[in-house]
Design a protein around this ligand. Structure first.
Ligand code: ARG
Length: 457
């Protein structure tokens, strides 16, 4: 059995169940390189401040760098008996360099150590996520540019509502993912604060230099309050909430594309390489990537709720409950990154079917515009709505589309209809009529595209 680093006051070994139940190294080894980075900065500072002998600091740093290589090459032996990533590394260090290794933990506690490593990890992953969101935004912009001149019916209540240019749809999601990115960028400011140097909870009784460690670790700020620094996880919750919101957008778009890819809609075709077959039905080409993005959204929501629940009853300051902050985050990071990559590939490979979309964008989706025609001729909108409703009823009864109506027929419903009434019955005409700021007219779409081209350069 491994001797515990904290074993001094104990007269018997730890129960095997307790070891198994309390260990975290099986998952927190994901923080290993961040932990080593934190320890190297701490050791260098201890040496420079004369808190430990300079040569011991050098030995520690060399030893940690060696351990880092072993971990990177997969040669490092993790031991559950040593509880967590921090103690595995510290023990290995002492085995390699002897007594000097025992000086590393001077003026530090695992409580400030763990959240320092975690914040370094979160900082890097937040930057990775922001980068992936940028790629997704670029893919959407490209698709928007390719599809300015395709109209599709836009839906409310999943009923055909009004025609829009397909580009408008892609730009709508670009806006949503842009807000996701902004949320992560904003959270990053609060992640980027250093807890190291807070000790167990009360600060440190050695002349440490937190400016130096912050500089070496690349933190922009130093946390002002040692109790807050060791006990708070609200920033981690904020990160998970950004992730959950982002997943909700990805899931929602997945649902659109799953529907569009169905035989009933046939609005788009997904590339073969991004779909999978059925083991029993030979005709199937399934949108599994999209379904899994939608399905995995629940895990990320779950992570958020899990951590909110972990912290809700915790007395100040550190409690071991906080060890439960890691797995939900690791899982959310993996899930979110995979989902963004998956959606980016889908968007890039998506082939819209112009003929199908265009056809679906006509018909009764043009009804609002026929009503607005009457409004322009002086009829109050409510009355116009009623008149066109009657026209729709009349045609539906005869199983006819809106475009099939003649001027004579229109005049039976209102004598305000003139020759030009028939010419508005085209989805392109109708889309371009919506030339208000943010609308779907070609002119507005080109403006939006120009805006994003500038932004995403
Ligand atoms: N594995 C622990 C965690 O993740 C490290 C901190 C342990 N601190 C302590 N006082 N037992 O939170």
């Amino acid at each position: 059995m491994e001797k515990k680093l904290w074993g001094g006051r104990f007269s018997e070994g730890t129960d095997a169940f307790v070891e198994e139940f309390t260990e975290s190294v099986s998952f927190d080894k994901e923080l290993a390189l961040y932990d080593i980075k934190g320890s190297i900065a701490h050791a260098r500072m201890l040496g420079k401040q004369g808190i430990i002998p300079q040569e011991d600091a050098e030995k520690i740093i060399k030893g940690l760098e060696e351990i880092k290589r072993e971990i990177e090459e997969g040669r490092f032996q993790w031991k559950k008996e040593l509880e967590d990533v921090h103690m595995n590394i510290e023990k290995a260090l002492t085995e390699r360099i002897g007594e000097a290794g025992g000086r590393l933990h001077t003026g530090r506690s695992r409580n400030d150590q763990v959240i320092t490593a975690f914040r370094l990890y979160l900082k890097e992953e937040t930057q990775n996520i922001i980068q992936l969101l940028r790629e997704l935004k670029k893919a959407l912009l490209e698709k928007a540019k390719e599809n300015v001149d395709i109209v599709m019916p836009a839906y409310t209540h999943l009923q055909r509502a009004q025609p829009v240019r397909l580009a408008h749809y892609f730009l709508a999601y670009l806006e949503a993912y842009n807000r996701d990115e902004e949320r992560f960028s904003d959270t990053l400011k609060r992640i980027d604060q250093m807890p190291l140097g807070s000790g167990a909870l009360a600060g440190v009784d050695f002349p440490i230099d937190r400016e130096q460690t912050a500089r070496e670790l690349g933190f922009s700020e130093i946390m002002r309050n040692s109790m807050d620094a060791t006990a708070s996880r609200d920033v981690v919750i904020e990160f998970l909430s950004d992730a959950a919101i982002c997943m909700s957008n990805l899931s929602r778009q997945s649902e659109d594309l799953i529907i569009w890819n169905s035989a009933e809609f046939s609005f788009v075709e997904l590339p073969d390489k991004l779909t999978t077959g059925s083991s029993i039905m030979p005709q199937k080409k399934n949108p599994d990537v999209l379904e899994l993005i939608r399905g995995k959204t629940g895990r990320v929501y779950g992570s958020l709720v899990a951590l909110l629940t972990v912290v809700k009853g915790l007395p100040m300051a550190y409690n071991r409950d906080l060890q439960e902050d890691k797995e939900p985050v690791f899982d959310a990071v993996r899930t979110l990154k995979g989902s963004i990559i998956g959606m980016t590939k889908i968007i890039q490979g998506l082939k819209p079917r112009k003929d199908v979309m265009e056809k679906a964008a006509g018909g009764f989706a043009l009804a609002t515009d026929l009503a607005n025609y009457l409004v322009r001729k002086g009829m109050p909108f409510r009355q116009a709505h009623h008149v066109v409703g009657q026209i729709v009823g009349y045609l539906t009864q005869q199983n006819r589309e809106l475009e099939s109506i003649t001027l004579e027929e229109l005049r039976e419903f209102s004598d305000l209809f003139d020759e030009d009434a028939l010419s508005i019955l085209s989805p392109y005409h109708v889309a371009d009529a919506r030339n208000s700021y943010g609308g779907t007219a070609r002119e507005q779409i080109l403006k939006q595209i120009k805006y994003w081209e500038e932004k995403l350069k």
